[in-house]
Design a protein around this ligand. Structure first.
Ligand SMILES: Nc1nc2c(ncn2[C@@H]2O[C@H](COP(=O)(O)OP(=O)(O)OP(=O)(O)O)[C@@H](O)[C@H]2O)c(=O)[nH]1
Length: 399
């Protein structure tokens, strides 16, 4: 990464993607959570090539078996063993094909199953080649395991390290089988096959390393772009755009599941004066600190805190009624008071305060109407003297 790139990734150190880009990944490994996310991404990207790989395997195995049975002279024992070995290879191809069409759960098993599948098919290919070498049967095409070594690095969407282990194990298994099956006099010729396999392994691994490095970079940049599109650059909270789509999604969910959805709008009081007296950077810092405080109040998985305007924030609370939301609003005001942040325009020791409007989604109500209700409640809180919350339609504003 050059100096300019390093500087621009440093701006996103508050995101896991920015952190990883900044830290680098020459060993082709991310942090645990990102690594898991990357593998899923890799699997989705490789779906088409996995199907192609599985179909090619089925085709090649069928053609091999057909030509072996039609054109080679062999005894019955070997014929039976050969049919069984080729059937095993075809079964692996069918399983891989089936997994690409099955649900997400089956595909999450791919990261350990595919390397094993490759090893199995490669070891069988090596076993068959070694048999022909042992009985000194000349074939027009040999070295089937070599094909599998190359395939380990491409087609199946498994990571570089797993591919490398699979491909290396194919070479080792081939060597062990050759040493135990072939006569000493037959080994020199087999060493040619082994050196050919090692060469393919080095070529495959080298090109896969470069390929996976750019895949990882692309993954991080894409994720980072997605993060930037959905978050507010100043506070790191969700921005208006992702807030709008979350509000739509949660309102639809709340209607369907008949659960309460509460929308809270929060506006810092007298923020203009704070900005004017202490300067814009100090105002920014206050927004950041308030955002951080607010994020701690969106605790459940479906709760959502966002910055929806200049000094206006929102919290969406799923499965939370007006009463519980009012308790939470009280806690937010208390936490802001406890934070020790002070307003310079007021008498010494006057804390920063916030006004809050709360509205609960009514049956059949649209998300736009819900937002309007919360906005009206916020307006009422401001009109009533600020530093309070108002529950929409509630008769009295509480202080
Ligand atoms: N520092 C900073 N200020 C901002 C940002 N976005 C908006 N503002 C300022 O926020 C202020 C909002 O002013 P008003 O809408 O009058 O709000 P207020 O002074 O808090 O008044 P009340 O809401 O009635 O208490 C304006 O001065 C904006 O310039 C920002 O990202 N950073």
């Amino acid at each position: 990464m050059d100096a300019q790139e390093s500087q621009s990734t440093a701006e996103f150190l508050d995101t896991p993607y920015g952190q990883q880009l900044h830290a680098g990944f020459r060993r082709l490994l991310f942090t645990k959570t990102l690594e898991h996310e990357f593998r899923q991404y890799l699997q989705r990207q490789a779906l088409a090539s996995q199907r192609l790989g599985a179909l090619l395997l089925l085709l090649v195995v069928s053609l091999y078996l057909y030509s072996e049975i039609s054109f080679l002279v062999m005894d019955d024992d070997w014929m039976a063993e050969l049919v069984m070995l080729r059937a095993c290879q075809a079964l692996v191809g069918l399983t891989v094909l089936g997994m690409t069409f099955s649900g997400r759960h089956a595909r999450t098993q791919a990261h350990w199953f595919y390397p094993l599948a490759l090893l199995l098919v490669g070891a069988i290919a090596a076993r068959i080649d070694i048999h022909y070498a042992a009985v000194e049967q000349t074939l027009s095409f040999q070295y089937g395991a070599g094909l599998l070594i190359v395939c380990s690095f491409f087609f199946l969407g498994i990571t570089f390290w797993r591919s490398l282990v699979s491909a290396s194990l194919i070479v080792i298994v081939d060597l062990v089988m050759a040493l135990s099956i072939l006569q000493p006099g037959q080994m020199p010729e087999h060493w040619i096959a082994v050196s050919y396999y090692v060469l393919l392994l080095v070529i495959g691994a080298t090109s896969r390393y470069g390929h996976e490095y750019s895949q990882r970079e692309q993954f991080l940049v894409r994720k980072l772009l997605g993060w930037v599109a959905e978050h507010d650059a100043l506070t790191g909270l969700a921005n208006r755009r992702s807030y709008d789509s979350s509000l739509r999604r949660l309102a639809a969910l709340a209607h369907r599941e008949r659960r309460a959805l509460t929308l809270m709008l929060l506006d810092l009081d007298n923020f203009k004066a704070y900005n004017d007296l202490l300067g814009h950077p100090a105002g920014d810092e206050l927004l950041r600190r308030f955002a951080c405080l607010l994020a701690g109040f969106a605790r459940r998985p479906l709760d959502f805190a966002a910055r929806v305007g200049g000094e206006e924030f929102s919290v969406l609370l799923y499965d939370c009624d007006g009463e519980a939301a009012a308790r939470l609003a009280g806690q937010i005001r208390q936490a802001l008071n406890d934070s020790g942040l002070q307003h310079p325009a007021e008498a010494e020791g006057t804390p920063i305060t916030v006004s809050i409007g709360i509205a609960v989604l009514a049956p059949g109500q649209s998300e736009g109407a819900l937002y309007k209700c919360a906005d009206t409640a916020l307006y009422q809180a401001k009109q009533a003297g600020k530093d309070r919350f108002v529950l929409h339609d509630a008769v009295s504003a509480e202080r």
